[in-house]
Design a protein around this ligand. Structure first.
Ligand code: MBD
Ligand code: FE
Length: 289
């Protein structure tokens, strides 16, 4: 008979379902041969999920609403639209996982959430290149240095940046509308650890809110706006890479970012500069490590 090997000789501790011991009943079914980490993860999830359901006491109809919501989240996903990441972001789970995994040494630039719109292998550019290919928005110059935690410059570090255009969309959200690779690029630091490039000033923008996560935010009375930001991944041989953003200091959503990504130390100083081409300069001279 198939499944015979799984029948225990000894009477199991939790043979039948009971409401009181519901999580224990389920967890007792896991075999000893299951991977220990999987046992731990699923055991914990089942324990807390059952506790939540006991506290909420959903009707059948409410539970079906939850199932339909999760189904819709999955159906919204495409190559460039990851609705589950968005859900994790708006629930603060992405920031929590990020803090658990990227406790940075003191003096190092703080990390923040990666987000769903990173595209690897962006074009490599020389310093001074304007990555704003659609010409929209207020001109911006970004200059910075990559330093180690002792303040020593790191030459040859890769500075991988991406941001939205002035209409509030990443290039991948508007394929065929924006030029490919609009507002993305990779720069390499010089001997002094410096890099600089031209761009447009980022503005706040709503995370994609035309799907189930946006509907949930609406139902919760939450707005979908992210504080204006530029994404950075800075990496160099022999160093721990940092995934982070810099935020505009004058953004009205700094203290109410929809995905909880803002940290004090990541709010940049913007300075007006006189150079005709440099309408607004961003100085982000923080050490990256
Ligand atoms: C973004 O642009 C972003 O950076 C994050 C973290 C979530 C949704 C959209
Ligand atoms: Fe973003």
């Amino acid at each position: 008979m198939s499944g015979e090997g799984h029948v225990k000789a000894k009477a199991p501790q939790y043979p039948y379902f009971t409401e009181e011991a519901s999580a224990e009943v389920v967890n007792a079914r896991m075999g000893q041969e299951a991977d220990p980490r999987l046992r731990e993860v699923m055991g914990t999830i089942v324990k807390h999920l059952h506790a939540a359901v006991k506290e909420i006491e959903p009707t059948h109809e409410e539970w079906l609403t939850a199932i339909k919501f999760l189904t819709a989240v999955g159906q919204m996903c495409t190559d460039w639209r990851q609705e589950y990441i968005l859900l994790s972001d708006v629930l603060g789970v992405s920031m929590l996982v990020d803090s658990i995994n990227h406790r940075r040494p003191s003096g190092a630039t703080e990390n923040t959430i990666l987000g769903p719109f990173y595209v690897p292998e962006a074009p490599r550019y020389d310093h001074g290149t304007n990555i704003c290919l659609d010409g929209k928005g207020e001109p911006l110059v970004v200059t910075g240095r990559v330093l180690d935690t002792d303040g020593k410059p790191i030459a040859g570090a890769l500075v991988d940046v991406w941001q939205t255009n002035d209409d509030g969309f990443y290039d991948v959200q508007q394929k065929g509308v924006q030029p490919d690779w609009n507002l993305r690029g990779v720069f390499t630091t010089n001997e002094a650890g410096e890099y600089w490039y031209r761009s447009s000033k980022p503005r706040f923008y709503p995370i994609p809110d035309d799907g189930p996560v946006g509907k949930l935010l609406g139902a919760l009375g939450r707005h979908p706006n992210r504080a204006a930001h530029i994404h950075f991944i800075v990496s160099a041989e022999g160093y721990d890479p940092v995934i982070t953003h810099i935020f505009s200091p004058d953004c009205e959503y700094l203290d109410q970012d929809a995905v909880f990504g803002v940290k004090d130390s990541l709010i940049a100083k913007f300075e007006r500069v006189t150079d005709a081409d440099r309408a607004q300069a961003l100085e982000f001279d923080e050490p990256f490590w």
